[in-house]
Write a protein that binds this ligand. Structure first.
Ligand code: AN7
Length: 351
């Protein structure tokens, strides 16, 4: 049985009374070896497929802790800003806890699957005529204004605590920390969490090394690379369309202390990496999640690729964002229900 990250890693997490634990069996996601892409990257590459969490993204690791602690504190509602995945996760965990949930999102800018999840769980969705950064400001004000409403964005430290468990799982499965970890960076909570996890693992004496942290932003939303906030961030990877990352300091510290880096990749590189993962390894992730591999391939091309064991965190499932695939590949027209028609279609050269 999946016990969830709180029961599995309790000693590493803030105190949560047993009666408040709100879990849907998150964590324990597969670490998948990627032999074909390993050749391209020139290192032993593993994919940490966070799309296998209950709401199909890594957000569930932090949400179980944030919502459980909100329950313990007597909170009656959760609020969050979101590019989609935080909203889907908050909606699910709030439902589980019997709590109300409000999500504030940029109008028309969250992927279809994520919007559908929020609606399915019955959360209140407020679309604003503004971007994620505005939504986060407003959500923080609302939580500050109302005692019984908890903010469940990653500025809530409970989210960071829960998400660090991904690092523990990687160390346990490999038997040691990887040499490098590649992941997308949006609001910068996850890179902060992973670095906290690997650092605590080393401090506890389970290893004497920690991976280089390689974070990748989409070029049109790359404030940490440019050194200034982006007022109008733009990228096909809607999950990381963020211009003023809340955990900026944590991300920069992770890169600096680990000997890593935060760099950017283009939308074209992101979509190409998403295709490679799906077509060469059979792993379908959403565009933002492919930014890690896109970044690794870019480093390799420039002769700066990491060596040894490398883990790329695939933060969300590809089914979250069907439109991005349908805009590139169409379903073919139907043919007659005959052997000849079907065989004829199969003999055609591929695209
Ligand atoms: C698939 O849901 O910010 O750097 O509001 O959904 O920790 O922000 C999502 C972010 C990477 C970036 N991959 O992580 C939200 C939200 C996926 C994501 C990120 C997100 P952070």
């Amino acid at each position: 049985m999946r016990q969830g990250v709180i029961r599995r890693f309790r000693a590493w997490l803030p105190e949560i009374p047993e009666g408040a634990v709100t879990t849907i069996g998150e964590g324990d996601t597969p670490l998948i070896e990627a032999p074909t892409l390993s050749e391209r990257v020139g290192a032993r590459l593993f994919l940490k497929f966070e799309g296998m969490n209950p709401t199909a993204s890594f957000k569930d690791r932090g949400m179980t802790v944030a919502v459980s602690r909100a329950v313990a504190s007597g909170s009656r509602a959760a609020v969050c800003a979101s590019t989609g995945n935080t909203a889907a996760s908050a909606a699910a965990y709030a439902s589980r806890a019997g709590m109300k949930c409000f999500v504030v999102v940029p109008a028309g800018k969250i992927a279809l699957g994520k919007a559908v999840q929020v609606l399915a769980h019955g959360a209140e969705i407020v679309q604003i005529e503004g971007n994620f950064d505005a939504a986060l400001r407003i959500s923080q004000e609302i939580a500050g204004d109302r005692d019984d409403v908890t903010l469940v964005n990653s500025v809530n430290p409970d989210r960071i605590e829960g998400q660090k468990t991904g690092a523990f799982e990687i160390c346990e499965v490999l038997g040691h920390p990887p040499d490098a970890l590649a992941l997308p960076v949006g609001n910068a909570g996850n890179i902060t969490s992973y670095w906290k996890g690997f650092s605590e693992w080393r401090e506890a004496g389970y290893s004497d090394s920690a991976p280089r942290m390689l974070g990748f932003q989409a070029e049109g939303a790359s404030p940490l690379v440019a050194g200034h906030d982006f007022e109008n961030p733009e990228t096909v990877a809607s999950a990381i369309r963020i211009g003023a990352p809340a955990s900026k300091e944590g991300a920069l510290a992770a890169a600096r202390e680990s000997g890593g880096a935060i760099e950017s990749v283009t939308d074209g590189e992101i979509l190409a990496a998403q295709d490679l993962l799906a077509r060469e390894e059979g792993v379908f992730c959403e565009p933002a999640s492919a930014a890690g591999l896109a970044g690794l391939l870019k480093l390799v091309e420039e002769g700066r690729g990491p060596e040894g064991t490398v883990v790329s965190v695939l933060t969300g499932h590809g089914l979250k964002d069907p439109d991005v695939i349908l805009s590139r590949v169409e379903l073919p027209e139907p043919v007659a229900a005959t052997f000849e028609a079907v065989a004829g279609r199969m003999e055609r050269p591929g695209p």
